[in-house]
Design a protein around this ligand. Sequence first.
Ligand SMILES: [Zn+2]
Length: 309
Amino acid sequence: MPTATLHTTPLNVNPLDAIQSDSIYPMIDTHTHFDDVVFNHDREQQAQTAYQSGVRHLLLIGYLATYFERLISTQAQLENLHSKSKPVPKAHLTSGLHPAYIEDHSESDLDYLAEFLQQHQHVALGEIGLDTFTDVLKTEASVAKQKRFFSIQLDLAVQHQLPVLLHIRKAHAECLQLLKHHAYDAHQLGGIAHSFSGGEQEAKAFVKLGFKLGVTGQVTNPNAKKLRRAISEAVREYGLQCLVLETDCPDMTPVCCQQGQEITRNVPGNLTHVLHSLSELLAVDMPILAPQLWRNSCEALRVDWAYPE
Ligand SMILES: [Zn+2]
């Protein structure tokens, strides 16, 4: 849903003019599942809305080998709109085998991932990591397989010199330990701890290792006190440089966009709410925060996308 501030922008406005309005800033959505089937009926419209609300680049994140081709077709769909002079964000690929789906991954999926990385240009590898949120994921066998897949994918990231996007849930200490013993160096290759959910100490530990913290719509929830404090404290110690924005759509819908008790689909255009909320939390004005977050994303991904002036 558009924000109150966005309502001040006429719908037929040239999006380039819209950037200059005082409420819309250029942004990079560092984590989306915009290839998900829930966007099949209106992806084109949502892509245009995202552009109008400031999103200039978005990352398409892979998590299951079966869906990797969907990343390619979604990227092609947005490219196609762009070539028809319809302003939409540029989509970039990042594929990986997600730890929460560990039961579904086979050894051959690792070979397929390696092949897929060779065949298509990637901006990162992910999402990968460790997840012990459920009883099934917590079992010794699951954790062992998760660690093995995580480690092999970190090898691939080193081999391809790509940053990684980490998914970590209830496994921050284990993840830190594995990373510290692996040749993957985030200070050299970049990387993002996506949808960061840990506490203050963990936040600082990941930043210290060279990762940026991915901030989602969870930050818009005033009750997410632990998360909001972790973000504030990481910034107090390491500066604004340690954060990037993400929607993680269709999940993590900002509080302001939720409708009643039902789970409301998150969309890339909602990234602006995450930016606004972060601006309030950190008491940093948007004209300073937005370009800083843009630079942070570029640094995390080792790209040099120009900030639209
Ligand atoms: Zn994700």
